[in-house]
Design a protein around this ligand. Structure first.
Ligand SMILES: CC(C)(COP(=O)(O)OP(=O)(O)OC[C@H]1O[C@@H](n2cnc3c(N)ncnc32)[C@H](O)[C@@H]1OP(=O)(O)O)[C@@H](O)C(=O)NCCC(=O)NCCSC(=O)C[C@@H](O)CCCCCCCCCCCCC(=O)O
Length: 719
């Protein structure tokens, strides 16, 4: 709703829908009534609109999209009176004015804001466009070029920049409501005509600008339709009179809001927030547990991962000690950190001053003892259980009793590592993804003794260092890599059966993955997987050779080993599944030598090749991984499907407009997913990953949407 009061001739209207004052039906109706009241009240000389609490408004209530039609009044109906009022209307902005919130402010004649306020049109991120005049009014205020930037990127603009652009008229330092009232009083008597945006003209930026922008946007936001629709709407502001432009904007908004992409992106928005609400099997959860303060941190290992993690910490203002056993390796790590900081400055992602500030809080050492006083340590040495146990035993003795000990393992057992210490409650996995400074996912892994306080601390740390933290339980390879295994295995089987690695990658990239499986393998280095496979097999008492095609009755494909044995290690050696010309180069070209190797391999084992469609490639890789996802849910390794989707979106770049693999399965209908998995199980009996998940089987008998799966799993009711 919206509250109304008359303060000495100033109508003060408060948008009231905590926590972010989303513009629900009640708020829109309240705002419309309040504006009418202010208009009719002869005592009122001017009007101030502000938000209750910390925010002005985060825009339309996203929960109202989809399903039934938006009830009138819409934002435009509610705000028309502000536009038409002869009494000056001032938007007093604290916190955020986003989307529809900013649109309300653009209907006002003036906008003032606090120094920490932010404005923006983030609609593209939820698959729509500013549909209450934003695409028509912003260009009339700040011009076409800046509007394109703001609307197609969805970025938040800070107060200083908003003032420079002309979105804000003034930055105020005191109480925003009082400042709003004073400002409004100061403009009483000044004709508002020139302040009404609908009356302004949009400068003709020419059609070439839009042709160039379409190419840029297609490249930068590959696969997303909303940014292209935004461009069409902005172009309409330039080509059409205001009312016709508004109609065009609404038409485009309606097309987008009913699209599959909007549904998936809005699901992702809420999934991220649902996933942040964690729960341990004990029942302790994000509401009941409090994090410990992390004022200082330590990182062990200055290799690519360790240096990347240290960079995340120092750029978030956390003084960090980077420890490496060897001075030469330490220096190399510091060079990596400095190089990445320079790169960020060059790309204008941070200022030179911010980079210097970050490096000033980095200390280095070759002595573990220097971690005696830090609040949290992240160990990032290579994947070797004995070594990690040895380090944890030492840390347990060196660090103060409250220090939390984290391991950046991608697969090793947290409980076994914790056993090396006398503080098993303070041991936790923090699995970062390469490159650690760029990839957003932080897969936090709890062991059987990890305390809720420890979990709360690493979840809070993740948020603080701008990651997306997700909590998972311990199992072999955790969630991300465990699901990756059947996905990658199917890719190899597809190649054995007749698809080329390039066809596999093309199908995945056309689907929207940033990189195909084989390009990713080349980037990580084929020798890494080779060593992991050999060691895992050795632990199970198996000797792998390139002739191995079955292990304990299960089908395997070791084509990657054949490539490694030919010296093809991926990008680092200049060739892997692709040819890169020379080591370290990134441009991948298909390589006939690889195709010959595959031919030879198939001849040797008498494998009949056939034509494989891109649909089959996607179904086999994705359904194998989705089936594993249901097994993970069934085992309680994650507590909700949203966790899995967020892991795939932020860990592997699954496109947000497809919502994550579990959402994708939901969209396919679980009965179809289950039927296909059962068919694959029949056709490929030697692949254990096709054994259908029992949870999937039970859920497929219901027609429940993804939002209902968790309560059913938790209620233990008969599905
Ligand atoms: C604002 C934030 C930056 C705050 O971040 P913070 O980290 O502080 O907090 P949280 O993100 O955790 O949020 C707290 C809480 O609030 C919920 N929430 C946040 N924003 C919204 C919202 N906009 N709507 C609903 N709920 C919201 C969030 O889920 C949390 O809840 P929880 O239960 O988890 O605690 C940050 O929250 C943020 O970035 N928010 C999103 C901002 C955004 O994307 N805004 C744009 C919204 S879309 C919009 O405004 C569209 C308008 O331009 C135009 C609308 C025109 C409509 C015209 C009607 C035509 C009808 C056509 C036919 C329709 C057919 C149909 O309906 O199908």
């Amino acid at each position: 709703m919206a509250n109304y009061r008359n303060k000495g001739g100033v109508a003060v209207i408060e948008l009231n829908n905590p926590p972010v004052n989303a513009l629900s039906f009640e708020v829109r109706s309240g705002l419309m009534n309040a504006l009418k009241r202010a208009h009719d009240d002869k005592d009122v000389k001017c009007i101030v609109i502000h938000g209750k609490g910390k925010n002005f408004s985060a825009g339309a209530d996203i929960k109202e999209f989809g399903g039934t039609k938006q009830q009138k009044p819409w934002i435009t109906d509610a705000c028309r009176l502000a536009d038409e009022s002869s009494k000056p209307v001032v938007a007093a902005i604290a916190g955020t004015a986003l989307g529809g919130g900013l649109e309300v402010a653009l209907f006002c004649h003036y906008r003032i804001g606090t120094p920490s306020c932010r404005v923006g049109f983030p609609e593209v991120q939820i698959g729509v466009l500013p549909g209450a005049g934003g695409t028509q009014r912003l260009p009339r205020l700040i011009g076409v070029k800046h509007s394109i930037d703001m609307i197609t990127s969805g970025r938040h603009v800070m107060a200083e920049e908003a003032l420079k652009l002309g979105i804000l008229d003034k930055i105020v330092t005191d109480d925003i409501i009082e400042e709003g009232i004073q400002f409004a009083k100061s403009v009483v008597g000044i004709d508002v005509g020139g302040r009404i945006l609908r009356n302004r003209k949009v400068e003709d930026a020419g059609s070439k600008v839009f042709d160039d922008e379409i190419s840029r946007v297609k490249k930068k936001y590959k696969g997303y339709i909303a940014p292209l629709f935004c461009l069409k709407a902005i172009q309409a502001s330039m080509q059409l009179p205001y009312d016709a432009g508004m109609e065009q904007e609404l038409k485009l908004f309606q097309q987008l809001v009913s699209s599959g992409q909007a549904k998936a992106q809005q699901y992702t928005f809420f999934a991220e927030r649902i996933s942040a609400r964690w729960q341990l099997p004990s029942g302790a959860n994000s509401q009941t547990a409090s994090p410990l303060p992390v004022k200082t941190a330590g990182v062990i290992g200055a290799g690519t991962m360790g240096a990347g993690i240290a960079l995340c910490l120092i750029t978030s203002g956390i003084p960090t000690v980077l420890v490496e056993q060897d001075q030469k390796f330490l220096e190399k790590g510091v060079k990596t950190v400095e190089g990445d900081l320079r790169g960020s400055v060059a790309l204008k992602k941070m200022t030179a001053e911010q980079a210097n500030k970050a490096i000033s809080v980095l200390k280095t050492s070759v002595n573990l003892e220097d971690l005696h006083d830090v609040d949290l340590v992240i160990e990032a040495v290579y994947e070797n259980l004995a070594l990690k146990k040895e380090i944890f035993a030492k840390l347990d003795k060196i660090c103060k009793s409250k220090t939390i000990l984290c391991t950046n393992t991608s697969s090793l057992d947290i409980d076994t590592i914790a056993e090396a210490t006398k503080r098993r409650d303070k041991v936790v996995g923090t699995h970062f993804f390469a490159p650690a400074y760029i990839m957003k996912l932080q897969e936090n892994v709890y062991g059987k003794d990890t305390s809720a306080e420890t979990v709360a601390t690493v979840m809070a740390l993740g948020k603080r260092i701008r990651k997306v933290p997700v909590l998972v339980g311990t199992c072999d390879s955790f969630v991300a890599n465990r699901m990756l295994h059947p996905y990658a295995t199917e890719a190899l089987f597809l190649v054995e059966e007749g698809a080329s690695p390039y066809e596999v990658d093309q199908a995945l990239e056309d689907f929207g993955m940033p990189m195909g499986m084989f390009r990713v393998s080349d980037l990580s280095g084929l020798d890494i997987g080779y060593k992991v496979r050999k060691e895992a097999a050795k632990r199970r008492g198996i000797e792998l050779t390139s002739d191995t095609r079955f292990v304990n009755g299960e089908r395997v494909c070791l084509l990657a080993n054949v490539l490694v044995e030919k010296g093809r290690l991926g990008i680092k050696s200049g060739k892997g599944w692709y040819n890169y010309g020379s080591p370290g180069k990134r441009e991948a070209t298909p390589d006939p030598e690889v195709l010959d190797t595959i031919e030879e391999y198939c001849r040797k084992y008498d494998i009949k090749k056939r034509k494989i469609s891109s649909q089959e490639i996607l179904e086999r890789m994705q359904l194998a991984m989705i089936n594993e996802g249901f097994k993970i849910l069934e085992e309680g390794i994650v507590s909700k499907p949203e966790d899995i989707d967020i892991i795939w979106i932020y860990g592997f770049g699954w496109p947000k407009y497809m919502g994550g693999p579990m959402f994708y399965a939901n969209e396919m209908k679980l009965k179809n997913v289950y039927r296909k998995i059962r068919d694959f199980h029949q056709n490929y009996p030697f692949s254990i990953h096709w054994t259908p998940s029992k949870l999937l089987a039970r859920l497929s008998e219901t027609d429940l949407p993804i939002s209902k799966w968790t309560s059913l799993i938790n209620s233990n009711s008969k599905l």
